[in-house]
Each structure stands twice: as structure tokens, then as C-alpha cells.
Write a protein that binds this ligand. Sequence first.
Ligand code: FES
Length: 156
Amino acid sequence: MADKQTARRTTKEQAPAQTAWEPLIVAFLCNWCSYAGADLAGSSRMSYPPNVRVVRVPCSGRVNPLFIMSCFKKGFDGVLVAGCHPGDCHYVKGNYYARRRMPLAQELLAYMGVDPGRIRFDWVSAAESGRFVQVVQSLTEQVRALGPYAVNKARI
Ligand code: FES
């Protein structure tokens, strides 16, 4: 009997503390502008929500909508795609391709049950560390308000 009580107590003590849910967001950042902007935010010791996992891509035009789909499939709650401002793309037209592709990706994902508010496409230049922080903060708040993304509810 005493062993049972000890075992129960031990299990309760070992149970992980309940923590509040925090959104997990993937940020695809173009190497030449947005990644440099995020880097500048870090080296300028600006603070932004730690909910973002950065994936450095050569250009925002490199982000295939399937990458975004895959993020949701793996259980992430939101996706940010950020690139150079129009006219500043290192590969001339990459961000224009991305600008056309992202609304289509949002539409496709909405059809599959993913709220379009979970996906953001934005421009952040290498000098815009403040803008990067602002974009991350606002997307994190938006995704937090939407709640956790439930993979099994969607059709992905
Ligand atoms: S190189 Fe930055 S968007 Fe193309």
C-alpha cells in the first residue's frame, strides 16, 4: 500500500508543469534583405517573440506553397514569408513571383481548412530591423488569437 502511494506521489511530482500554449511560427526569410533585417534586430538587441523559427532562403521567390503546407502538416501554427521590397530583389523578379504566389497559397490553404490569418507575406529590407520586429510581433499576436492549429481538423 505504501509503495502504491509513493509511486502515485512520484508520478505526480514528475509530471511536467502545465505551461500556457505559445504559437510556433516558421519564418522563411530571404537571405539578402529579411534575414539581414532579422540579424540586425538581433545584433541591435531588439527583443521580439521567441515563437519564430527562421529558415533562410535565397529569395522569397524560392518559397514553394508546398513548404507552407508542410509546415502546417508538421504542426506549426503560422508561417511568415518575408522578402526584399519590390524592385530590390537580388534576383530581379523573385519577390514579384512570391507576391503572386502567396495569395494563391493562402486561398489553397483556406480551402484545406487553414485560416489565411496564419500566413503572412511581407517586405522587410536589411535596414528594417524595427519593421521585422513589428511584423513578427503582430503575426504572433494574430496567430495567438486564432489559437493552436489542429492538423486533424484540416484536410492537409
Ligand atoms: S532576393 Fe530578397 S526577395 Fe528575392
